[in-house]
Design a protein around this ligand. Sequence first.
Ligand code: SF4
Length: 280
Amino acid sequence: MKIELAKSAGFCFGVRRALEMVEKNIKLAKKPIRMYGYLVHNEEVVKKMAAKGIEVINSLENICQGTLIITAHGISPKIKEELAGRKELDLIDTTCPKVLKVHSLANRLREENRQVLIFGDSDHKEVLGIKGAADGKAVVFSSVEELKQVNIGKKIKYGLVAQTTKDFKEFKEAEKSARERADDIKIFNTICPASRERQSEARRLAKKHNVILVVGSRLSANTTRLYEICSKINPNAYFINTAKELKKEWFRGKASAGITAGASTPDWVIKEAVERVKKF
Ligand code: SF4
């Protein structure tokens, strides 16, 4: 069986940068060290962080001492400002520059008195941060169908941005639909290049091969997106967290397999999966 591994599989620039920032700063960091949510949505990386004494928290209440890591997904600028004012607390801010760019666009649109629309998953930390940058007044929709339910008034000015990991193809459909309904709308395609590259390669591999495997965490938005894209194209699409979940029968009688992985999947996890498939 032929195996093709996506060239784009694995850590993106933003995840690599975040991990390097934590590695660099953690030794001298004030204890306790806490992280608001997962640095990247990958259980394998989280386990390594826990071994370094980093505790994952889901609420910022009463976090006044030690060190707080802000993840690559970012947080609302107002909350960050408030945290920075807590005297005994140090911040390690690993927010991806691509996410900060969306914050600044959302803020600019708001300042222009535009109703901000965010194409994103409403409960995702990145989207909550973008919403915060737009004064909390943005409307979030996760699909073109959902956008149709949004009341678009002709006399209102709008601005559209996207969560960096949303499906580029769907964004184009949303853009078309929004342009048809709004008289005055500014649209910024903020899906990051790393996400677009991974999505287009996943599409290509899913079309080309008999089986397509997506490696990464189900908690990861960008990895889940890759699986959604692949499963729409190829009925033999499988989503695995690690090599342990692989099943020999998926590959029986198949001439070729494509393998891709999310922007938060570590290299060692991908390598293990590839090696296991090779043995089948
Ligand atoms: S997927 Fe894009 S926005 Fe998200 S961390 Fe990676 S480079 Fe940054």
